[in-house]
Write a protein that binds this ligand. Structure first.
Ligand SMILES: Cc1cc2nc3c(=O)[nH]c(=O)nc-3n(C[C@H](O)[C@H](O)[C@H](O)COP(=O)(O)O)c2cc1C
Length: 253
């Protein structure tokens, strides 16, 4: 089994590890000229962003050539995933794949403008992540299938979420509005955890370019907690407790 994953704060890496198999980082795959994956079972694990998949995962799905008997797509999310499963089905079909199985795993929501992170982390015990994971792992082990609806009504909702959320939140120049305070030691971790090579750290400081994935890896993983955004609900930061900073760097650098 091969799993392609995208992660900023470790939830998806943790889920990908728990499902098992060979793990491939989507940011790293995207650096290849051509992306071909062939295995008996192939899956994608990524966060839900604004009711969709991250922009890079969308681009990955439009470029990858996958040869498999069983294709699955798992989102981690925090509050509500909108019609993200329908996005997965349509992206799979556009890539010439049948989506055999798709599911959601509710975890800590790392969306800083929406949530106070400590409150979010405190919700974790009630989410029963291990129980959700056991069910998803069993389904995948048994090669279960599940239908995902893409009816006109679902497509209308997808368009509405896109207008109301994705078009507003997922903007390539987002990082240019981040604030770096004087706690910054120019250690370069922000550049290393960025999946989009969107950050340069020089003598002059931290510079953000215009290909931000809006994943907040830089904000959540800064060892000095020196990167902020005006709309954040608190200065507390999150990384999945089973995943280290080294793991995020290895995944995204
Ligand atoms: C820009 C952005 C948008 C998000 N949108 C949603 C959303 O629409 N629904 C939701 O439930 N969670 C949303 N989240 C939360 C993430 O999907 C969730 O925390 C995910 O588990 C993070 O995965 P990671 O730790 O692997 O990066 C969003 C997070 C970010 C950064």
């Amino acid at each position: 089994m091969t799993i392609c994953y995208f992660t900023a704060t470790g939830n998806c890496l943790y889920v990908a590890r728990r499902i098992g198999g060979t793990l491939l980082s989507i940011p790293q795959l995207m650096k290849q000229d051509s992306i071909k994956i062939s295995d008996e079972a192939v899956g994608v694990v990524c966060p839900c962003y604004a009711g969709e998949m991250p922009m890079m995962v969308k681009a990955f799905m439009s470029r990858v050539y996958i040869e498999t008997k069983y294709f699955f797509f798992i989102y981690t999310y925090g509050m509500g995933a909108g019609e993200a499963l329908a996005h997965a089905k349509l992206a799979a079909e556009a890539a010439g794949l049948r989506l055999d199985y798709a599911n959601l795993i509710r975890m800590v929501d790392n969306y800083l403008p929406g949530f106070e992170m400590q409150n979010q982390m405190d919700t974790l015990p009630g989410k029963d992540v291990e129980g959700q994971l056991e069910r998803v792992c069993r389904d995948i082990r048994e090669r279960a299938s599940c239908p995902v609806a893409t009816t006109p009504a679902v497509k209308a909702k997808m368009a509405m979420y896109k207008r109301m959320l994705a078009d507003r939140i997922l903007k390539k120049d987002t990082a240019q509005h981040y604030l770096v305070n004087d706690q910054c030691t120019r250690c370069g971790v922000c550049a290393k955890v960025c999946p989009a090579d969107n950050i340069a750290v020089t003598e002059a400081g931290v510079q953000f370019y215009d290909r931000c994935e809006v994943c907040y890896a830089c904000l959540h993983n800064c060892p000095q907690n020196a990167i902020h955004m005006k709309q954040e609900q608190s200065t507390v930061r999150f990384r999945n407790e089973q995943v280290s900073l080294r793991d995020i760097i290895d995944a995204n650098n």
